[in-house]
Design a protein around this ligand. Structure first.
Ligand SMILES: *Cc1c(COP(=O)(O)O)cnc(C)c1O
Length: 480
């Protein structure tokens, strides 16, 4: 029979032994990842069999448990840390970020109340203020909170905008309002806004989807028109969401122009810059988001272009009091030691209550790489995107989206026009089947095209050339 305390705790030597072993395995994964097939075979039976293999009736030792799950992960997942994962905005997590999540788990600071984890809360505040300043907010008046991701940040935006415009919303709910609030986002905006419309109680009909122009920006004239139509019909517009780098094609809405409209119409402007927001860290790119400092609030995901592990979302606002108005609450069972101090308990400023130290992975990444380090990484990834565009052109592929960000949508229009979507899905499947790269398919103006995004700071020129070879090979095979 095991000693009681060592059932969950292990003893000191065992911890070092298992921990060292795990670190070696992680290092092996990070070093040799390009040697494993990037995407798994989707065989439901064998995945389930692996998941169910070990039993809770007959516990195994730690090393066996770790080996089992690492084998499962190596075999049965898309390897987003792979340098030729040209996928959605899932980065290769940086090493300090990986360590940060371990530290967070071990020290387990409880970020609900300031007094329970003062250092963690102040580190997060420091990071939030720095990032808010990069977006052009004044550090004094900016406020914000770390979230699980962009979806929670977008929900926070809807709730704060409602609270700002309709002071009775928090207490009496939407039912109490004599008006029907409506909000606006483009057809290319992220679908987490649909969920936010549901969970805020507004309902999805209150989310007006505005058409995009031929280059997939929100059509500002259509937006303006819809606001007028809604006002005339008795609705009450309160919120515009602009996207600072769409999920589909990396397109950035004309934020400054939308800010002018929001100002004239007295609407809350939220900019969803979950991915593209990092452009403000690069002097050469920051103009892409011109006007973002005029937004009332911003969504930014550090787990996208800042290459920290999931989940690290950020909601920031230039309205110092709005998070308090939306989320503050007092509860008898919460610690009171901080009551007389000039500090804020995070649970009064956020949807979450018990909360892990999300900000540590951003802090440790920033404090070791520095803004300078991020500058050069983001620039490198942007250059790799440009290289991919050039190489695609040289091989007679046509890029069909217009963005400076390293998100490239492309097709071969001659073949495409004859075969519709069949060609695109064929090429995508061939690339995935090779195990050498991961790309996806996206629909632009009703045409299905291929999509490759540089999400990995380790992607090199050679990786781009391998992708081009795979694409050309797949096309030749299609034409055989
Ligand atoms: C990824 C993304 C989201 C959702 O963020 P999660 O972190 O996945 O919750 C929202 N908006 C945009 C523009 C995104 O790219």
């Amino acid at each position: 029979m095991m000693k009681h305390s060592s059932i969950l705790n292990f003893d000191s030597d065992e911890r070092i032994d298992i921990g060292t072993y795990l670190l070696e395995q992680i290092n092996d994964y990070m070093t040799n990842i390009h040697e494993i097939p990037i995407s798994p075979e989707l065989n439901v039976d064998s995945v389930k069999a692996h998941a169910l293999k070990l039993s809770f009736e007959h516990p195994v030792n730690a090393r066996k448990a770790i080996d089992h799950i690492l084998e499962g992960l190596r075999q049965y997942q898309v390897h987003t840390p792979h340098p030729r994962y040209f996928g959605l905005y899932n980065p290769r997590p940086n090493f300090m970020g990986i360590l940060a999540d371990t530290i967070t788990a071990a020290f387990n600071p409880q970020l609900a109340a300031w007094s329970h984890a003062p250092i963690a809360v102040e580190v997060e505040n420091y990071v939030l203020k720095e990032i808010a300043s990069k977006f052009g907010y004044s550090a004094e008046t900016a406020d914000g909170t770390f979230t699980t991701g962009g979806a929670e940040a977008n929900l926070t935006a809807v709730l704060t905008a409602l609270t700002h415009h309709f002071p009775s919303y928090a207490k009496e709910g939407l039912r109490s309002l004599p008006v029907h609030p409506v909000m606006y986002a483009s057809a290319e905006s992220h679908h987490s806004l649909v969920k936010a419309a549901r969970s805020s109680g507004l309902g999805t009909d209150s989310l007006r989807i505005i058409r995009t122009d031929s280059e997939m920006h929100i059509d500002v004239r259509a937006l303006h028109h819809q606001i007028q139509v809604d006002r005339d019909a008795g609705y009450t517009p309160f919120l515009i969401i602009a996207t600072g780098g769409t999920t589909g094609a990396g397109v950035i809405d004309p934020i400054n122009e939308i800010a002018n409209l929001a100002e004239r119409e007295q609407l809350w402007l939220h900019v969803d810059a979950a991915y593209g927001g990092a452009a403000v860290f690069v002097p050469e790119l920051r103009d892409l988001l011109h006007g973002i400092d005029r937004a009332d609030s911003i969504t930014f995901d550090a787990h996208k272009w800042m290459s920290v592990p999931m989940g690290a979302g950020i909601y920031i606002t230039r309205h110092k009091d709005i998070l308090h108005k939306a989320f503050s609450i007092t509860a008898d069972y919460m610690p009171k030691e901080g009551a007389d101090l000039d500090v804020i308990d995070p649970f009064t400023h956020s949807i979450q209550w018990s909360r892990r130290f999300i900000g540590l992975k951003v802090y440790l990444s920033l404090v070791t790489a520095g803004w300078e380090g991020y500058h050069s990484i983001l620039q490198h990834q942007t250059e790799m995107g440009n290289l991919l565009r050039r190489e695609l052109g040289r091989s007679n592929w046509k890029v069909v989206n217009d963005t400076v960000l390293p998100v490239i949508c492309f097709t071969d229009p001659d073949i495409q026009s004859k075969s519709q979507s069949h060609f695109t899905s064929y090429i995508c499947q061939e690339v995935l089947r090779s195990g050498q790269a991961w790309i996806s398919v996206y629909e632009i103006n009703k045409v299905s095209v291929l999509r490759a995004c540089i999400t990995n700071y380790d992607t090199t020129e050679d990786d781009i050339l391998v992708l081009i070879q795979l694409l050309n090979g797949a096309r030749a095979k299609y034409l055989e």
